[in-house]
Unconditional design. Structure first.
Length: 428
């Protein structure tokens, strides 16, 4: 257990001092989420990367002296430390040393609820820990041995590494099983032609609050980073009686550990496979554009950046600078300004969502009577035919159709009696 943390942010570009300070402030929020008091934050400029401590040995000693003076029992770096750098710091300081990646992994480990999220977090933590195992067994490194023999410490280290590799393989197999289950659930949802929108955005911008305000769903809402890790899908009925599935996704953050980007790929697939995106921005944050760019970078990596996107400015009730909000609106002229807390702007948001659904498309499986060639021609004219199979008496078609055409083709759905219920995707 650690109780007093000293946060360190190291940077090499003098023009990025403000960004480094912003990242360090965000790291403080992350550490606070774990319940660890932050005693002090320190920004360190260094001209080049050093292999031993990341910064020069002189600055490293200054940091250690400050930690001892403030009686800190953990150093937390905003920078990514290599396994050897982490060991070197712990030997120099004599206290626990962690980096931003480890903090985020601990938060994810504490917050994961569903089986899928727990598997993903366990996998990411195992992959992070594997190259750092030598820390645990360094005190045995000189024991035993002889010419050509392995020391006791090395033998134990290899055993532990082998166990972790086996656990990683097992977790990957379990995750693949869960992903297949999610794909089946998604396929079942697509059979009933209901469009799906994914709510995306930076962590703590109010995505879950927005989902609750729109659907009335009882979902976890906390003013903390990464309050929601598990993808949740709820159904709402729009004013034109058109149903819509809304999916709340995990929030993004700067410097997200690459192990988590890969491990949470299945969760983020909901964004890539949705019909359109609702990108929520916290209008009260000074770094709102940087948060927007961070989210867009991840969406680009997922191949979801080309989807139709409705930008929503949330927390407008907390904006103290009206000029900043005006500048945002100039940058995003089609955005909707709302407050999920007070309900301001929600009617306009629902109207805009209805517009997006109306001009969107959805995938359907149809069973057309052979004599209805007119319907097949209309499909080719208005939609996109993906698969076509001629069977006795009818034609089976998989196609993407505009939402406005749903009424015409609804009687010919392969599963006309399919019903949708509110669900938490992949929940146990």
């Amino acid at each position: 257990m650690v109780e007093r943390a000293l946060l360190i942010g190291a940077y090499t570009d003098t023009g990025k001092k403000v960004e480094a300070e912003s990242l360090l402030a965000e790291l403080e929020e992350l550490v606070d989420t774990l319940g660890i008091p932050v005693i002090e934050r320190k920004i360190v400029f260094h001209r080049e990367q050093h292999a031993r401590y990341l910064v020069g040995s002189g600055k490293a000693q200054e940091i250690v002296d400050l930690a001892k003076e403030r009686e800190c029992d953990v150093l937390v770096f905003d920078n990514e430390l290599s396994p050897s750098q982490q060991r070197n710091w712990e030997e120099l300081a004599g206290i626990t040393v962690a980096d931003r990646q480890e903090i985020i992994l601990d938060i994810f480990g504490a917050r994961a609820q569903t089986r899928e999220a727990r598997i993903q977090v366990d996998l990411a933590r195992m992959e992070y820990s594997l190259p750092r195992l030598t820390r645990a067994w360094s005190h045995l490194g000189q024991q035993g041995g002889g010419i050509g023999a392995k020391g006791e410490g090395e033998s134990q280290l290899e055993q532990d590494k082998r166990k972790i590799r086996l656990q990683i393989d097992r977790l990957k197999r379990e995750l693949e099983t869960v992903r297949k289950s999610r794909a089946t659930q998604r396929k079942d949802r697509k059979r009933a032609p209901v469009p799906n929108a994914a709510i995306v955005g930076y962590t703590n911008v109010g995505k879950s609050s927005l989902l609750r305000r729109l659907t009335g769903a009882e979902v976890l809402i906390e003013n903390k980073l990464f309050a929601t890790l598990d993808t949740t899908t709820r159904k709402i009925a729009l004013p034109n009686k058109q149903p819509l599935l809304l999916t709340d996704t995990v929030g993004f953050v700067r410097k997200l550990p690459h192990q988590l980007v890969e491990a949470f790929n299945a969760t983020l697939e909901e964004a890539a496979l949705s019909d359109f995106l609702i990108h929520v921005l916290d209008a009260s944050q000074p770094e709102v554009m940087e948060f927007y760019n961070t989210t867009m970078k991840v969406l680009t990596d997922l191949g979801a950046d080309t989807k139709q996107m409705l930008v929503v400015f949330n927390k407008v009730d907390k904006v103290s600078d009206p000029f900043a909000l005006s500048a945002l609106r100039r940058h995003f002229p089609d955005a909707v300004s709302v407050s999920a807390t007070t309900g301001e702007g929600m009617e306009e948001l629902v109207e805009r969502i209805s517009e997006f659904v109306g001009r969107g498309a959805m995938t359907v499986d149809l069973r057309l009577p052979s004599e209805r060639a007119d319907l097949l021609a209309r499909l080719h004219r208005e939609g996109s035919v993906r698969e076509l199979h001629y069977e006795e008496g009818f034609t089976r078609v998989a196609a993407a159709i505009p939402t406005r055409s749903l009424e015409v083709f609804a009687p010919f759905l392969s599963v006309p009696d399919a019903t949708l219920v509110d669900e938490t995707v992949a929940a146990e």
